[in-house]
Design a protein around this ligand. Sequence first.
Ligand SMILES: [Zn+2]
Length: 319
Amino acid sequence: MNENSYLQQVGAFAGLQYYPNQGPWGRKSGAAMGPRDGYVAVIGFMRDQRSMKVAILLRFKKLEQTEAVKTALKSAGIKKGKLGAVGADFVRWEWTYSFTKPKAEDVAKLVEDLGTAIKPVTLGFDGRCEDCTSASTPSLTLMNGVPTYICAGCQEKVRQELNMAATNYDAITPNYPNGLVLGIAAAALGGLAWGLLAYAINYIFLYGAILIGYLVAAAVLKGTGKVTRFGQVIIPVLTVASVLFGDAIFFTLFVMKQEHVSFSGKLLNTIVAHLWEIEREGNGVATLIFALVGAGYAVYSARKPKFQAVFQPLGSPNA
Ligand SMILES: [Zn+2]
């Protein structure tokens, strides 16, 4: 049975309407969802790298403390599936399966059992907006796929708050000199540490390069305050410089030990002059790629926040 007809069937057993293409988990098969005994229930498929799951989401009135919910679920001793997550206003239960989907009746029974388990420690909804708790809100609206009782006024408020985060980011004036100074300092320190460590353990530890890239990028971004074109240019340059500097230190120390010579400007010059040849022979290229991966990750994490709230009525066509 495909996911669509399965969810339709589960929905029928659980007393929920089935909506293809909608729901919190962004799958084409959508979810069966709706009000259930004062609560909001959602059943759908979730996939992660390793497994396929039937997920059940039960939503209730926001709580201050979630400990009681966890305890109640634990003491209910439910055998099918396991707890996925508990939040202030929801519990998600996950039933992992490998080939055969769980029986539709069993999933409906599970929804029933979960509802019974959390009932003593949670409150259902009462036809008012979850957010302002005053405006009459009899029907559910999907907020980023999650069925929610949210009034028109609160929807607008949420939209504005999320836009604000992006606006605040735009308002940051980048501090380029700061970024440059911090970036150079991080590149120098990172390179030094990299060279000395490699010498100490007599091994160039590739993953360390990711760390260097990350540090350099983090330092530049800390200095400038945000991701800018300047940072996108200077970060890879400083990262590469840092790793090469570290390698030059390592090779210089290595030659000093091997050849029993003491440090001299001439030796350093020779190493630097031949650095590219040495790098090509060894792990140089891989090191640089690893370092740039680290830098890329830091830049990606610091990018402009792209929060958005999408509100959608249940059952809108081609959602
Ligand atoms: Zn409201």
